[in-house]
Design a binder for this molecule. Structure first.
Ligand code: CAA
Length: 379
């Protein structure tokens, strides 16, 4: 399905398919089993220009667009959802808001090394008491001369520890609610900034997910992203784009599991014939393939609208909502069609089923996507 693809997208897709087969697939099982961050793959993504696809070349990027970035996350996630989320967290949640809201100086200092892949990025919004209700930020930033002093903590931060640049949201005026939140760019080495132990997760086990602790971190006022009190809007707009990345990850996981299953049902024989010859198998495969294509249509529509620079919050939420549910259904049925082997860690569908679950949770749960969609329809 090549909805809205231009020649450069097709070339990029081909490059990504080869990259995934050669560099991502061979490590996917190992990094999951060992819960190991794939540092070597990230280095190869940097060399291949994958970490800066949608940014202009003058900022170190590849001069591509959201559709190209979407293709990259989807292709990589077909083999490894861990690597997919490392790419999407870095690109849409860290580099993108610096591109959208950063000053020229911030772009030169932070976006250029991020887009070139010299540095990895992360996004820090979630706190113990501010998950779905992201407005309840308890991290505080208090002005002090030319700086802000930041105190507090964040949890479940993707790329934590490996990222060198963090977009951090903090309360600068609690009395103003969401309009009292401000965004800052923090560096890993800033004194008082530390990273907690890695979370033990159900899936995407190679990705690094940790707590961040800010103990009197002194951040220059020049590192404020956007204006004072504009942080919540930056977070929401950034997440609109991020949700396209997670929908792409979900489509990738679903297609990856479907591909594994198609291969398996053609090889596996029971009752003297391949299980692909049974109508139950055929109908399940037909249903799943149709749903993956439908999810992909929603995904590409959202990416297309973002590239057109027209409102796309609703479309991104629909794509993430539907694609993540499809990823759960496809991976679960993929395990079922593999029978006992599907429950074994020797077959990748077991990992894919565990990986799929997070797509219904992060960057806004399915319930949050329904809030965004219904608010857009009923307003
Ligand atoms: N674009 C621009 N502005 C937006 C917006 C958007 N998409 N959504 C809301 N806003 C604005 C509103 O217009 C409003 O502005 P005004 O003050 O000018 O009126 C302001 O933000 C507050 O809006 P709401 O009253 O709608 O906000 P709310 O507190 O009710 O929250 C919510 C709504 C949709 C539930 C929101 O809190 C939300 O998205 N929660 C989920 C958070 C989330 O996705 N977290 C993911 C963490 S990151 C992650 O998961 C990364 C990873 O690991 C990979």
């Amino acid at each position: 399905m090549e909805f809205g693809f231009r020649k450069e997208h097709l070339l990029l897709k081909q490059m990504l398919e080869e990259f995934t087969v050669n560099e991502v697939y061979p490590l996917a099982g190992e990094i999951d089993e060992l819960e190991r961050f794939p540092t070597e793959t990230v280095k190869k993504m940097k060399e291949a220009g994958i970490l800066g696809i949608p940014f202009p070349t003058k900022y170190g990027g590849e001069g591509g667009d959201t559709m190209g970035y979407t293709i990259a996350v989807e292709e990589i996630s077909k083999a490894c959802a861990t690597t997919g989320v490392i790419l999407s967290g870095h690109t849409s949640l860290c580099a993108q808001p610096i591109y959208d809201y950063g000053t020229e100086e911030q772009k030169q200092k932070y976006l250029v090394p991020l887009a070139k892949g010299e540095k990895l990025g992360a996004f820090a919004l979630t706190e113990p008491n501010a998950g779905t209700d992201a407005s309840k930020q308890e991290t505080i930033a208090i002005p002090d001369g030319d700086d802000y002093i930041i105190n507090g903590s964040k949890i479940f931060i993707t790329n934590a520890g490996y990222a060198e640049v963090y977009i951090v949201f903090a309360m600068t005026d609690k009395s103003k609610g969401t309009r009292g939140i401000t965004a800052f760019i923090l560096e890993k080495d800033m004194p008082g900034f530390s990273v907690g132990p890695k979370e033990k997760k159900l899936g995407i086990r190679g990705s690094s997910t940790c707590e961040l602790i800010f103990d009197n971190v002194r951040v220059p006022k020049g590192n404020m992203l956007g204006k004072v009190g504009y942080g919540f809007k930056i977070a929401m707009k950034t997440l609109d784009g991020g949700r396209i990345g997670i929908a792409a990850q979900a489509c990738g996981i679903a297609q990856g599991a479907l591909n594994e299953t198609i291969k398996y049902v053609k090889e596996r024989k029971q009752f003297n014939r391949p299980i692909a010859a049974f109508q139950n198998t055929q109908f399940v495969i037909a249903d799943l393939a149709t749903k993956v294509d439908a999810a992909r249509m929603l995904l590409y529509r959202a990416a297309y609208k973002k590239d057109l620079k027209v409102p796309f919050s609703k479309e991104a939420a629909m794509a993430k909502l539907f694609a993540s549910e499809v990823a759960m259904e496809v991976t679960s049925k993929a395990v079922q069609l593999h029978g006992g082997y599907g429950y074994s860690r020797d077959y990748p569908v077991e990992r894919m089923m565990r990986d799929a679950k997070i797509t219904e949770i992060y960057e806004g749960t399915s319930e949050v996507q329904k809030m965004v969609i219904s608010a857009s329809i009923l307003r």
